[in-house]
Design a protein around this ligand. Structure first.
Ligand SMILES: [Zn+2]
Length: 479
């Protein structure tokens, strides 16, 4: 079931900062340098575009905390190359670039990892945790192009685009008032945990086109300063764009949406830097050797969506139950499941390790577990028509984000903690492959329609049926 457990659904592509240019410094030193030009390298920084991180409610230290947690999680979910030489090479190249990265004095603990994924892509988590797909290495014609991709990623780190985006998402989701609560008490920890969960935290990797353009411009500057041909970044994008014609666009463009005039803007920055330096580095024997090694790595097949058994099933639900208490109800859930609270506080999900999968676009999709939500609904708690109408509304909303969802069995009456309720069975495509069964139990309460969605792949549903019943039997509504 495609439900964003990180609650990042309202995340729009909002306009960020405009690029600023310090025109005032232009050409100031030109006259002074004339007689010294043999000794001094002309100060190219006088003309380059100046970029600063945007609005952010996190501190750079929180970027590191958050990124470290998300990186640890990413490492458990992604197939890594497990090729020490390749990682060492990426680290060496990345460190050389990072030394030229304007971080505003922040010391980020840069890390570089090779991911065994043929898709042409790379991503950087806040705080400096950079992951490069083997596909990006294989698609690079030379070291300068790979350096360009990595300089682009490092620029997302320096410009703090991940937490800038999270800041905007939190405001869109909850209004400004939440910040006191989030950063003033323990809720902050919960939020960091939610964002730090890589599968659930796609929010950190959803950049605006403005952010992309900024990362291109800064990436070009970093390439230049590190002694690489700064045109390499644009050349790599041109190549990706050419491959896009009439085909599926490379994955890089879904994580890093193409700003308008991408190549032109990079070329413009190269001009501002005084053109490509004559002796710029383009390739190395080392890069060619690493590329050969990467091409020879075993291919890890990605589970095709809809293919049964594509993903390893989580361990069975524990029979030992632990208590969860919310304002509206209490219940017990297996002690080997984790809680995933929604950031709005009204909803919550419970899932085993491995029960939340990536839906393919960086959103968490629940394959095994329980989702609890509250929908606004009018009507007395014993009004059966109101219960039916509100339940239908919730199911229609679920169907909007799950187009394959169908009603399998409808409107069976039951009692939940003595309250009249409705049971509905739905079928849907499982993010784990094959079909899934969703058992929806809904009850009208003074706060609205409280609904419980029990989710498991159809083939495994029998193993979860008892657990779901035990959880629902344990529900106690607040008086
Ligand atoms: Zn990007």
């Amino acid at each position: 079931m495609s439900i964003c457990v990180s609650n990042s659904k309202s995340l729009g592509r909002s306009a960020g900062l405009e690029l600023r240019e310090p025109g005032a410094y232009r050409g100031l030193a030109a006259g002074l340098l004339l007689g010294l030009s043999l000794l001094l390298i002309p100060d190219a920084s006088a003309q380059r575009t100046s970029l600063k991180p945007g609005w952010n409610h996190f501190s750079p230290q929180q970027d590191i905390t958050l990124g470290k947690r998300a990186a640890a999680d990413a490492e458990t979910h992604l197939p890594l190359c497990n090729a020490p030489k390749v990682d060492a090479y990426l680290t060496q190249l990345g460190t050389r670039l990072a030394q030229k990265l304007p971080t505003g004095g922040v010391q980020y603990p840069f890390e570089f990892h090779c991911v065994n994924d043929k898709a042409i892509n790379a991503f950087a988590l806040p705080g400096g945790y950079v992951f490069v797909n083997r596909g990006a290495i294989e698609a690079s014609d030379n070291e300068a192009q790979l350096a360009g991709v990595m300089a682009h990623e490092l620029s997302h780190v320096a410009l703090r685009h991940g937490t800038n985006q999270a800041t905007k998402a939190m405001v869109a989701e909850t209004g400004l008032g939440i910040f006191g609560a989030v950063f003033g008490d323990s809720t902050g920890g919960a939020l960091l945990t939610t964002l730090g969960n890589f599968t659930a935290g796609g929010v950190l990797l959803r950049y605006s086109r403005t952010a992309e353009s900024q990362a291109d411009v800064m990436g070009t500057q970093v390439l230049y300063d590190a002694g690489y041909d700064p045109r390499a970044l644009a050349q790599f994008f041109e190549k990706l764009e050419a491959e896009t014609k009439g085909k599926n666009p490379p994955e890089f463009f879904s994580d890093h949406p193409n700003p308008e005039h991408r190549v032109g803007r990079v070329d413009e920055e190269v001009e501002k830097l005084g053109g490509p330096p004559a002796n710029a580095r383009r390739d190395s024997a080392e890069f060619e050797a690493i590329k050969r090694e990467v091409l020879a790595l075993p291919v890890v097949k990605k589970p095709a969506p809809g293919a049964p058994g594509a993903v390893a099933a989580p361990e069975p639900p524990s029979r030992k139950l632990v208590e969860h208490q919310s304002k509206a109800y209490a219940l017990k859930y297996p002690d080997n499941w984790k809680k995933y609270p929604d950031s709005d506080g009204a909803g919550i999900s419970f899932a085993p390790e491995g029960g939340v999968l990536d839906d393919g676009s960086g959103h968490g999709a629940l394959a095994y577990g329980l989702i609890i939500g509250v929908a606004s609904a009018k009507g007395d708690t014993n009004d059966e028509n109101a219960l039916i109408n509100a339940t239908n509304q919730v199911i229609q909303d679920l169907q909007k984000s799950n187009p394959s969802m169908k009603i399998a069995r409808q409107g069976e009456r039951l009692r939940l903690n003595g309250q009249p309720g409705l049971a509905t069975y739905l079928s849907n495509l499982s993010p784990a492959g094959g079909q899934e069964t969703d058992w929806v139990v809904s009850v009208l309460r003074p706060e609205g329609l409280v609904y419980f969605v029990c989710v498991a792949p159809q083939s495994a549903y029998d193993n979860y049926d008892k657990t779901f019943s035990s959880i629902l039997d344990s529900v106690r509504f607040s008086k």
